[in-house]
Structure formats: C-alpha cells, structure tokens
Design a protein around this ligand. Structure first.
Ligand code: V0V
Ligand code: CO
Length: 142
C-alpha cells in the first residue's frame, strides 16, 4: 500500500527562518511553496531524494492563524514533527481500505495538497499517536 515516505511535516512559527536553517544546516533546497487556505498553512517543500513513484521531502508548515490544525498544535506542543505522509498509488482506494480496518478518517475524500497532489489524513489517536497523511502524486502529463 505505501510506496515510500513522501514527506515529514514540521510545524514552525516562522517559515522563512526555518527554511534558512534547513538550507544552511542540511544543504536542502526549496522546490515548492504554497499557501493552502483549506489546510490553514503556509508551507514549503525541501527536496531530499527521488525514488520510484515520486520524491521525498521535508515539509515546513507555518499556521495561517491560531485556530488551524498547525496553530493548535504549536500552542499545545510547540515546534516539531507534526505528521508523516506516505505515498500511495491511489488515495481514494487507500482511504477505503484503511477505513474498512476501523481507522478514523479525517477526510472522507481527497483534498488538494502540495505540488498538485491529492491528500487525506488519518486520526493520530488510531495510528499510535502519529498524524498520518496519504499522498497521491499528480498525474504525469506527457
Ligand atoms: C493533535 N493531536 C495530535 C496531533 N494533533 N497527535 C499527533 N500529531 C498531531 N499533529 C492529538 C491531540 O494532542 C489530542 O490528543 C487529539 O489528537 C485530538 O486533538 P485536538 O487538539 O482535540 O484536536 P484538534 O482540533 O487539534 O485536531 C487534531 C486533528 C487536526 C489531527 C484532528 O489537526 C486535523 O484534522 N489535521 C488534519 C489536517 C492538517 O493537519 N493539516 C495541516 C497540514 P489528547 O491531547 O486528547 O491526548 S497540511 C499538509 O500537510 C499539506 C497541505 C500537504 O502535505 O500538502
Ligand atoms: Co503534509
């Protein structure tokens, strides 16, 4: 079901400051930036590697406000790992299969994610305390 780890999401107060830290400390490069109103974040993807089915990234997340998933997380827990995202070939099918195994789905259907992907989240309480995201890469156009 999981093809790879697509990204690890890290919650931070100041996106620009964290990007600069990751660039100078780990020599990573930002390959995409987006404001995602629906998810309540301003985010940046830093490229790690390319593999079969897509790349892997660090995703830095700054909340658009306190009453958003990442805003609440920062207030409660402070900066740090917010979620782990797994690459799947078909996010709709993966949701059906995982939901059928009794895991609570935070999204019944896929939503818009970084770099044109389709994403959906699983409840952290049902996955050993880890907020889990499923990512389907966008269709490649010839
Ligand atoms: C909350 N909890 C977490 C957690 N956030 N546990 C692990 N990791 C997290 N990130 C725990 C929390 O401590 C509570 O446990 C319990 O879950 C319920 O949390 P809550 O504070 O009562 O509820 P909320 O309102 O904070 O909601 C939490 C959930 C929410 C996870 C339901 O954040 C959500 O729907 N997230 C999915 C969307 C999202 O995170 N979007 C931002 C990334 P205790 O204290 O009761 O034990 S967007 C993104 O990744 C994009 C765009 C992309 O990849 O392209
Ligand atoms: Co993510």
């Amino acid at each position: 079901m999981f093809m790879r780890i697509d990204h690890v999401g890290i919650a931070c107060h100041d996106l620009e400051e964290k990007i600069a830290f990751f660039e100078r400390t780990f020599e990573l490069t930002v390959v995409a930036r987006e404001v995602n109103e629906e998810q309540g974040v301003k985010e940046a993807m830093l490229h790690i590697a390319d593999g079969e089915g897509g790349g892997s990234y660090i995703q830095l997340l700054e909340p658009l406000g306190p009453d958003t998933p990442v805003g609440k997380f920062l207030a409660k827990r402070g900066e740090g790992v917010h979620h782990v995202a797994f690459g799947v070939p078909d996010v709709t099918q993966a949701l059906q299969e995982i939901g059928g195994r009794g895991i609570r789905l935070l999204d019944e259907k896929p939503r818009h994610g970084s770099m044109g992907s389709s994403i959906a989240f699983l409840h952290p309480k049902d996955v050993g305390g880890m907020l889990t995201e499923l990512v389907q890469a966008p269709e490649r156009r010839a």
